[in-house]
Design a binder for this molecule. Structure first.
Ligand code: NAD
Ligand code: NAD
Lengths: 206, 206
């Protein structure tokens, strides 16, 4: 069993190893890895040991090897297909984010209900009407749907996706979605970062 | 001492109490609060007890009272002023997000270096050139800066903000920023959600 906190740290290790590899670094110690991410070296060694034996005592970790191993644990080598539902301000921004493709997430479809948007192309992908999403997800065997529609419409959109065979949902709408057990759901609450800042700034004032 | 994990859960409690209050609910149990957020009731009771005595045994928590208390712990009643640096795809989306204002975060300024953008107005706020940010932050006593510029430019932007008297930084650029100890820094990595989904979908395949 691996804790959610450990799983959430893996992408940070992966990103750090990415940039170490780009700098041409061959070996990295848990101290340096920790310093670059802001985590103790003990926590790093504990996290990685839940997945196997990596690195050499006294030497550190081989950057290429560890990056490949973590990438495989995370399934980043599997090239996941993604659709974005709701191409408003946030959906538009996420469509343009090039880091998703670099990590193996290919945006294959965009869906909306606004007749002004349907038919337009963004980054070469045509926005389709929501009515087409079920056939599209089935035929293209789409893995993940990103939900960037208003909170009131989110559950109804998700119900349509569930019956289309989607495997995972990444939800940005500030509402608690109900999905069947076989679908993985990640809720993103973008206010958490600002609110945490507010907590830390309040404590400094005192 | 309160752990970061507890602090990160407080905004979820606050949001849940918000919607319970809007539904006209007077009392909520830790069981119901837990069910709505996806956290055990024991964890909720443990979290809240690190801040004081809330709720009545056998009755539950008074929704209005708990919401007000958590809001004060988080400093949400203090009305924080915010500027957004880099009004590209993501900066544009964040500028339009109305939930920030509802939680007491007022966007007071927008800054960019693109001459095509400087001078335009979004949600009634004029985009100013980055050269003006230091005077603006000093004169308006801005609390928080949101960084949505490309990774290569982020550190240089932050250095300008540091000398302007900013108190907190919410960073979206995928790069590790160096800030002095007296400034609170929150790094947001939007790839974490997708990458975690990839991990859970990979495990289901096996
Ligand atoms: N803007 C942000 O930075 C931000 C941040 C955090 C969370 N969110 C949340 O993300 C969601 C989107 O926010 P936004 O600012 O992009 O809103 P928006 O209004 O700009 O975009 C919503 C889009 O969804 C489309 N839509 C509405 N109902 C639909 C349906 N049933 N099926 C398909 N498409 C539908 C609309 O036509 C529109 O294009 C909201 O739930 C919001 O609370 C936004
Ligand atoms: N688009 C997304 O959904 C997304 C998601 C996660 C993280 N990010 C990160 O957020 C940042 C912004 O992404 P984006 O997609 O909005 O990029 P973008 O290129 O659309 O926007 C960047 C904006 O910053 C401005 N800019 C560049 N240098 C500047 C400087 N020195 N001072 C002030 N403004 C400057 C540009 O003129 C542009 O308007 C990037 O670091 C990106 O990696 C974006």
């Amino acid at each position: 069993f691996v804790s959610k906190a450990t799983i959430d740290r893996l992408p940070l290790y992966y990103r750090c190893l990415n940039s170490a590899q780009m700098d041409g670094q061959d070996i990295i110690s848990s101290e340096e890895l920790g310093q670059r991410i802001g985590i103790t070296p003990e926590q790093i060694r504990k996290d990685l040991s839940s997945f196997g034996e990596f690195g050499k005592k006294g030497v550190g970790y081989y950057v290429n090897e560890l990056r490949r191993n973590i990438g495989e644990i995370l399934g980043l080598n599997l090239n996941w297909s993604v659709v974005i539902i709701g191409v408003g301000h946030l959906g538009w921004a996420l469509t343009h984010y090039q880091n998703f493709a670099k990590m193996g997430f290919q945006i294959k479809g965009l869906f909306d209900i606004d007749s002004e948007k349907v038919g337009r192309k963004i980054t070469g992908i045509e926005i389709k009407h929501l009515n087409c999403v079920q056939d599209f997800v089935k035929q293209q065997q789409i893995d993940i749907a990103v939900i960037t529609v208003p909170a009131d419409n989110a559950q109804q959109v998700v119900d349509q996706l569930v019956s289309s065979g989607i495997k995972g949902i990444w939800n940005f709408a500030p509402v608690r979605l109900v999905v069947p057990e076989h679908i993985s759901l990640i809720n993103e609450d973008l206010t958490v970062g600002l609110v945490s800042l507010s907590y830390y700034l309040t404590r400094r004032r005192k």
